[in-house]
Design a protein around this ligand. Structure first.
Ligand code: NAD
Length: 421
């Protein structure tokens, strides 16, 4: 793998000579390929018909695999009406310059990607380092949306972590309510009165605040809990109570929680164990990409909950979850009658809205990297420096280089913080 010679803006020439030209000095039109996602249970699609329409109106060519949007309610006809061309998968992979995806590609797509192509997605780079190093060596430009500097205002339209967390948080409230065998609101009827459900949301970032909003609208009595004291105001502004953590100074860089020490973890588990017995619905959101999520609801705490209680674990992944024993994508009921829902990819449960928002994020990234028909990678730009993981045969993102134990590039910035911890 070579290092790029300089940090000046560099460009990729669009490889296909068969594409139409949009203007004499603008090069052949960029081709954007929309593939069906192949991960089990994934219902989203990386580009919806309205985004395809915007691209084709801007002179881009959009190729779509038949059925790519069906699970997200977008039929082939909606794409063709938007000017996209239905094309076999292998042809899309061969012809496209830009391939947006929801998640890390399957082995077949990984193998087929070639020099000059740009892969854009929530590709969990820290968990896929070897494959990404291989893509870099093969000249594929990899854009990892997780690495976006989210607090930069001009990056917010590209913030796919937030758009998908919003969808997941909203959905978590709905999923919890559906799994709960009682009313959420207080109900006064001729046949008696039902007391409102008590819900707690642990981790009140983007997903947690959406979950609180949904549960409040459904009539539950809601509490928020976070190790970042700064989230109190946001929780209270939604009409929920805030449970102050004994690790209230748990904020780290960039608005993320920092890693807890072993002593803090113990203290936190103890205080949560005491508090949680009082709740009917628990939603946890402390997801840490590429790392083991903190266990916030222990096995002992689960045992102490009332039968019929529901835990929805958005932190669930193949590395474990925030709730002891939660299995991503599965619902289990404990011997004590507590329902535990492993829901690490819950945005996929709201596929149309989540895909629409994600596609807007993708459009913003394409507009930034390819304002005309050439991919421009400006390594002096803070957004590009972070989201572009590989370019021109090298790993260019400082954090990913660091994780791969590669020397920093000459003149490169220190590794940016990329994960909550
Ligand atoms: P996240 O997905 O990293 O974590 C979810 C929540 O869990 C966070 O609130 C975090 O503090 C909390 N958490 C982590 N470990 C915990 C533990 N052990 N116990 C209890 N809570 C724990 O968070 P996120 O939704 O990505 O948001 C992170 C921060 O970034 C927030 O402050 C958010 O407001 C901020 N943010 C800002 C922008 C912006 O400025 N445009 C955009 C997105 C997010």
């Amino acid at each position: 793998m070579t290092s790029p010679a300089s940090t000046a803006p560099r460009s990729i020439t669009v490889p296909s000579s068969t594409q139409p030209h949009t203007s004499a000095d603008d090069g052949p039109a960029l081709t954007v390929g929309v593939l069906a996602e192949t991960a089990a249970g994934e219902r989203r699609v990386a580009l919806d018909p309205s985004a395809a329409d915007r691209l084709t109106k801007a002179g881009r060519v959009v190729l779509v695999e038949s059925g790519a949007g069906t699970d997200a309610t977008f039929e082939d006809a909606a794409y063709t009406a938007a000017g996209a061309i239905l094309t076999p998968r292998t042809q899309i992979i061969a012809k496209s310059t830009i391939i947006p995806v929801m998640r890390f590609p399957d082995a077949e797509l990984l193998k087929a990607l070639r020099s000059g192509q740009v892969l854009i997605g929530l590709i969990d780079p820290m968990n896929n380092l070897t494959a990404i190093a291989d893509l870099a060596t093969r000249g594929v430009t990899v854009v990892a949306l997780e690495l976006l500097p989210r607090t930069l205002s001009r990056a917010q339209s590209m913030d796919a972590l937030s758009s998908q967390s919003s969808a997941a948080g909203y959905r978590a409230g709905i999923v919890a309510a559906a799994a709960y065998a009682r009313y959420l609101p207080m109900m006064i009827t001729a046949a008696g009165t039902a007391t409102p459900a008590k819900a707690i949301v642990i981790g009140t970032g983007v997903a947690g605040l959406q979950a609180i909003g949904t549960l409040k609208r459904l009539g539950a009595v809601v509490t928020g809990y976070d190790v970042r004291a700064a989230s109190r105001g946001e929780v209270e502004s939604l009409g929920a109570k805030f449970l102050t953590s004994s690790v209230a100074q748990g904020a780290g860089a960039g608005g993320y929680a920092r890693a807890m020490t072993d002593a803090e973890k113990k203290t936190q588990q103890g205080e949560l164990a005491r508090a949680l017995v009082d709740f009917d619905i628990i939603i946890t959101t402390a997801k840490v990409p590429g790392r083991t999520p903190p266990e916030l609801v222990s096995a002992a705490t689960l045992k102490s909950l009332r039968a019929g209680s529901v835990c929805v674990d958005l932190g669930s992944s193949d590395k474990g979850g925030n709730v002891s024993g939660s299995v991503d994508g599965k619902t289990t009921v404990t011997a004590e009658g507590v329902t535990v829902i492993g829901a690490g990819e819950l945005a996929s449960g709201l596929p149309a809205s989540a895909s629409q928002m994600y596609a807007r994020n993708v459009l913003a990234v394409i507009a930034s990297l390819a304002p005309k028909n050439v991919i421009m990678v400006d390594q002096t730009d803070e957004v590009t420096q972070n989201v572009v993981v590989s370019f021109d045969g090298a790993i260019t993102n400082a954090s990913v280089r660091n994780a791969l134990k590669l020397d920093p590039l000459p003149g490169a910035a220190a590794p940016a913080k990329v994960t909550a911890s």
